[in-house]
Design a protein around this ligand. Structure first.
Ligand SMILES: Nc1ncnc2c1ncn2[C@@H]1O[C@H](COP(=O)(O)OP(=O)(O)O)[C@@H](O)[C@H]1O
Ligand SMILES: [Mg+2]
Length: 465
C-alpha cells in the first residue's frame, strides 16, 4: 500500500496507519463493544469507511470516476443509527458532525446555505486538532507560566525588602527563584494576592448583522475583528493560583502554531470527515408542482454538490468535500429512498435496514455495552458510597416493561430504557447522600413496585416513562 500516496504528505501518516489496520472486520468488532445487534448496519458502515480509504489510493484518473460510496441507514427511531455513526467516527478519530436534513426545509431556511455543514465540521476539527497540539506543548507552557509567576513574586519580594534591582547577585537570585518555585508547587502560595498584567481587547466588539442566514457572517466578522483589534494590557489583582491559570492559557495560545493546526485540520476534514445526515426521509419527495415537495427537492439539490464533491470556502481556507463520508439515516415510513432525486440516490449506493429491537436486545443493551446504562448508574451512585446491584430478573423486568410501554405509547426503541431506569432508581438517587456505605439489591419486585403506579394508567406512563 505504501507505493501509492499521491494525495498525501507526512502530516497524518500515523492516522493513516491506524485506519489501514482497521479492516472491516476489526471495525465491526470494535462497534460490537458498544452496540448490540444491527450486524448488517455495522458491516455496511465498515465497508463504506474502507471504500473511502481505498478510493484515496486509486490512481487519480480512476479516482474521479469512482463515486463516493455513501450509505443510508433505514430504521425506526432508537435502534442505534446515530450511535453507530458516532462510534465509527470516534473509532477512527474522525471529525464528525450530525445535521438534520429537515432543518433545511423550515420556513426561512429554504435555500439555506448547506455549505455551513462543512464550515461547522471544519470548526469542530480545528478545535479537535488544537486540543491535540495543546497536549503536546502542555509541559512547556506550564514551565513558562510558572516562570512568569516566579518573576512577579521575586520582584514583589525585592520591593518588600526595599532592595534595588542591581543588588542581588545571580546566585542569590537563582536560589530565591528555586525557593519560590518550590513554594508555588507545594501550594503554599495559592491564596496570595498579586498584581498581574493580562491582555484584553482594547475595545469591545459589537457587531450585529440582520437578516436570514446572516448568523454565519456575523460570526465570521466577529472572528476576523477579534484578530485585528489591538490588545492592551490591563492590571488585575488575582490569587496566585488564578494567575497561574491565566498565564498558562496565554502561554499555550502564544506557543500554538495555528497555521499548522489549520493545515492538519483541513487535511483531516477532507480525508476522514464524516457527516451524519439525520431524517433524510423528511426531505425525500420530488417536485409535484406545489407544497412542501418543492422545498424538499430544493434541499436535495442543495445537498448534492457537497456530496458529489465540491470546494467550500471556510474561514480556515478551502475545503474539498470529495472524500468526506456521508452517512444518512431515516425511518422511511412514509417516503422511500426511491423518492429521492436520482442524482442523490446514486450518491448513496449502500443501503441497510436496521431491525427493531427485541426484549432480548434490551436486556443485552442494559448489561453488555461498555457504557451500558446499568453500569452508568452503578458508577454514579458509587460516588456517593452507595452500592447498587441489579439482579438478572430485575433487568428482565425492566426490558419487559420497556417493551410494553413502547407498544402502548410510542415505539422509541432503546431510548425507553433511559426513562424507565431513571424512574426505577429515582428514590435511591434522591436519598443517596444519606445511604452511605449501603449495598442495595434491586430485584424484579423492587422494579415492579417502583413502576406499578405509573403502569396502571396509560396516561401516566405517557408522561413519565
Ligand atoms: N443496538 C443498540 N445497542 C446499544 N444501545 C443502543 C442500541 N440502539 C439504541 N441504543 C441506545 O439508545 C439511544 C438512542 O440511540 P440512537 O442511535 O440515537 O437512535 P436512532 O436510531 O434514533 O439514531 C442511545 O443512547 C443508544 O446508546
Ligand atoms: Mg438518531
Amino acid at each position: 500500500m505504501n507505493v501509492l500516496r499521491p494525495l498525501r504528505d507526512s502530516i497524518e501518516e500515523d492516522e493513516e496507519k491506524k485506519i489501514e489496520c482497521l479492516t472491516p472486520q476489526k471495525i465491526v468488532q470494535e462497534l460490537d463493544r458498544y452496540i448490540i445487534g444491527q450486524k448488517n448496519a455495522k458491516r455496511c458502515v465498515a465497508i463504506a469507511l474502507r471504500n473511502r480509504w481505498r478510493r484515496m489510493f486509486v490512481p487519480p484518473e480512476m479516482r474521479d470516476e469512482i463515486m463516493p460510496k455513501n450509505i443510508i441507514m433505514i430504521g425506526p427511531t432508537g435502534v442505534g443509527k446515530t450511535e453507530i455513526a458516532r462510534r465509527l467516527a470516534k473509532l477512527v478519530n474522525a471529525p464528525f458532525i450530525k445535521v438534520e436534513a429537515s432543518k433545511f426545509t423550515e420556513v426561512g431556511y429554504v435555500g439555506r446555505d448547506v455549505d455551513s455543514i462543512i464550515r461547522d465540521l471544519t470548526e469542530v476539527t480545528v478545535n479537535m486538532v488544537k486540543e491535540e497540539e495543546k497536549k503536546k506543548i502542555e509541559k512547556k507552557a506550564q514551565e513558562s507560566a510558572l516562570n512568569r509567576l516566579v518573576d512577579i513574586l521575586l520582584n514583589n519580594r525585592r520591593r518588600e525588602r526595599g532592595e534595588v534591582h542591581e543588588v542581588s547577585s545571580h546566585k542569590i537570585d537563582r536560589e530565591r527563584r528555586e525557593e519560590i518555585k518550590r513554594d508555588i508547587l507545594e501550594n503554599k502560595m495559592k491564596d496570595k494576592i498579586i498584581e498581574i498584567d493580562t491582555s484584553v481587547p482594547a475595545f469591545p466588539i459589537g457587531i450585529e448583522v440582520f437578516g436570514i442566514g446572516m448568523e454565519e457572517m456575523e460570526r465570521t466578522l466577529k472572528d476576523m475583528f477579534s484578530n485585528i483589534i489591538p490588545r492592551k494590557s490591563k492590571k488585575k489583582l488575582v490569587k496566585v493560583s488564578e494567575a497561574y491559570n491565566i498565564f498558562y492559557e496565554e502561554e499555550l495560545n502564544k506557543m500554538i502554531d495555528m497555521e499548522k493546526v489549520t493545515k492538519i485540520a483541513i487535511k483531516r476534514v477532507e480525508n476522514t470527515g464524516i457527516v451524519f445526515i439525520d431524517e433524510l426521509d423528511k426531505i425525500a419527495g420530488r417536485e409535484s408542482g406545489h407544497g412542501p415537495d418543492v422545498s424538499r427537492e430544493g434541499v436535495q439539490r442543495d445537498l448534492l454538490p457537497i456530496i458529489e464533491g465540491t470546494t467550500v470556502m471556510t474561514k480556515y481556507g478551502m475545503v474539498r468535500t470529495d472524500h468526506i463520508l456521508f452517512i444518512s439515516a431515516g425511518a422511511f415510513h412514509v417516503s422511500k429512498p426511491s423518492d429521492l432525486i436520482p442524482e442523490l440516490q446514486g450518491r448513496f449506493p449502500i443501503r441497510v435496514e436496521l431491525s427493531p429491537l427485541t426484549r432480548e436486545d434490551f436486556v443485552r443493551i442494559l448489561k453488555e455495552p461498555e457504557n451500558a446504562l446499568i453500569k452508568q448508574y452503578v458508577e454514579l451512585l458509587k460516588t456517593e458510597g452507595v452500592h447498587i446491584k441489579f439482579t438478572d430478573d430485575a433487568i428482565d423486568s425492566i426490558a419487559r416493561i420497556a417493551e410494553i410501554v413502547n407498544e402502548r405509547t410510542e415505539n422509541i426503541g432503546a431510548r425507553r430504557l433511559h426513562t424507565i431506569l431513571e424512574k426505577v432508581v429515582e428514590e435511591i438517587s434522591f436519598y443517596a447522600p444519606d445511604l452511605k456505605d449501603r449495598e442495595i439489591i434491586i430485584d424484579a419486585k423492587y422494579v415492579e413496585e417502583r413502576l406499578e403506579e405509573v403502569l396502571k394508567t396509560e396516561d401516566l406512563s405517557k408522561y413519565i416513562l
